[in-house]
Design a binder for this molecule. Structure first.
Ligand code: GCO
Ligand code: MN
Ligand code: MN
Length: 405
């Protein structure tokens, strides 16, 4: 049997050029390693076992490249991807590095900046499609404020909507079958970024001209920065058919944007996320948007990339163990008290059902009395994650649980 911890193309693991390419610059310090050239990044990712490589337009093509330079760069990159068997599942636009975007792109107060942002994005979409991307991500890193007097937040919503509507229409007109994925973040680099969480974008999408083309790209770090539960945000996106892409990394809440290796800060949260992705039938890329510690050299960067994928696969195995753990499954079966007759009565309103429900009496005190065994459940899951749930402990524990009833 194939080793379950060895990444395979069917795992759909991808990395951005900007992730392994990150030179370790931070607001206080200069780069600590050379920026990895895109062709070298492709080689490193293929060696590590990744399936895909994603990019911003300017990760590959410098912002001031001539048309001829662009074509040569793109040709060499496509060849490298072919040689190493990597696909480009997602592309995006850099609308944050160049000083022109210092006060936003699609939501800038300057109509010339907004027009340039649209033009740049149309070109970047063309590039993404040329490379075979199926998903196009929008992360509005500079779409926000430090000075709330400077922008009407309602204008920002309207301008952002106009831009997304415009670009959807552009794709339709070009015959591109791209889907857009909106990526929320509460802050950094702006003091406040518009549409701070995945939930905000899920609501915004319903106001668009082509909502069917647009979904979300939730990122672990961004939801954790907002103090939220990533796996709940992702579950809601799945429920709405809107999980088009995902950015996996890690983050301690209340800190600066850390972009840590997947699962390195909160492995339990990462576990519930992996379990959700695997058990929901999500078929999109598992994209790692993180970077190696600033202490690392090139080998450390490769170690970082392997670590992201390995942790994901370990947690996927843990999800399987949880499904096969008889004590946990017994507990879950007891916890979910299905009541067919009541469910028939409460699932959907009819006058008759509501009348019947109105006539029922419930043992309110009795229902509140029973303990729910969540302490035991959580301890079992914790031990499973910590790797100390041996076969014998499972058997004796399930005997104990049966004894309680
Ligand atoms: C960040 C973001 C970015 C985006 C990327 C793709 O915090 O900097 O996560 O890495 O994901 O720009 O749109
Ligand atoms: Mn991020
Ligand atoms: Mn991201």
């Amino acid at each position: 049997m194939a080793d379950p911890l060895t990444p395979k193309p069917t795992d759909r693991f991808s990395f951005g050029l900007w992730t392994v390419g990150n030179p370790g610059r931070d607001p206080f310090g200069e780069p600590v390693r050379p920026r990895l050239d895109p062709l070298e990044a492709v080689e490193m990712l293929a060696e590590a076992g990744a399936w895909g490589v994603n990019l911003h337009d300017n990760d590959l093509v410098p912002i001031d490249a001539t048309a001829r330079e662009r074509d040569r760069i793109v040709k060499d990159f496509r060849q490298a991807c072919r040689d190493h068997g990597l696909v480009v599942p997602m592309a995006t636009t850099n609308l944050f590095t160049d000083p022109i975007f210092k006060d936003g792109a699609f939501t800038s107060n300057d109509g010339r900046v907004r027009a340039y942002a649209l033009q740049k994005t149309m070109r970047a979409i063309d590039l993404g499609v040329e490379l075979g991307a199926k998903v196009y991500v929008f992360w509005g890193g500079r779409e926000g404020t430090e000075v709330d007097a400077s922008k009407d937040a309602r204008d920002a919503c309207r301008r952002f909507r106009e831009a997304i509507d415009y670009l959807c229409a552009y794709c339709i007109d070009q015959g591109y079958s791209l889907r857009f994925a909106l990526e929320a973040k509460p802050n950094e680099p702006r003091a406040d970024i518009f549409f701070p969480t995945t939930g905000h974008y899920l609501a915004f999408i319903t106001t668009l001209a082509h909502p069917e083309m647009v979904g979300v790209n939730p990122e672990v770090a961004h939801e954790h920065m907002a103090g939220l539960n990533m796996h709940h945000a992702v579950a809601q996106a799945i429920d709405m058919g809107k999980l088009f892409h995902i950015d996996l990394n890690d983050q301690v809440p209340g800190r600066y944007d850390q972009d840590l290796r997947f699962g390195s800060a909160n492995p339990k949260a990462a576990f519930f996320l992996v379990r959700l992705l695997e058990e929901s039938g999500y078929e999109g890329p598992r994209h790692f948007d993180a970077h190696a510690y600033r202490t690392e050299d090139r080998d450390g960067v490769a170690e970082f990339a392997r670590g992201c994928m390995r942790t994901y696969l370990i947690l996927k195995e843990k999800a399987r163990e949880m499904r096969e753990d008889s004590e946990i499954q017994d507990l879950l079966a007891r916890i979910h008290r299905h009541q067919r007759d009541l469910e028939d009565l409460t699932r959907q309103y009819t006058k008759d059902r509501a009348r019947k429900l109105g006539e029922m009496s419930f043992d309110r005190k009795g229902l509140a009395e029973a303990g729910l065994e969540y302490e035991r459940l959580d301890q079992c899951v914790t031990e499973l994650l910590l790797g100390v749930r041996s076969k014998s402990s499972k058997a004796s524990a399930s005997g104990r649980a049966r004894g309680r009833r």
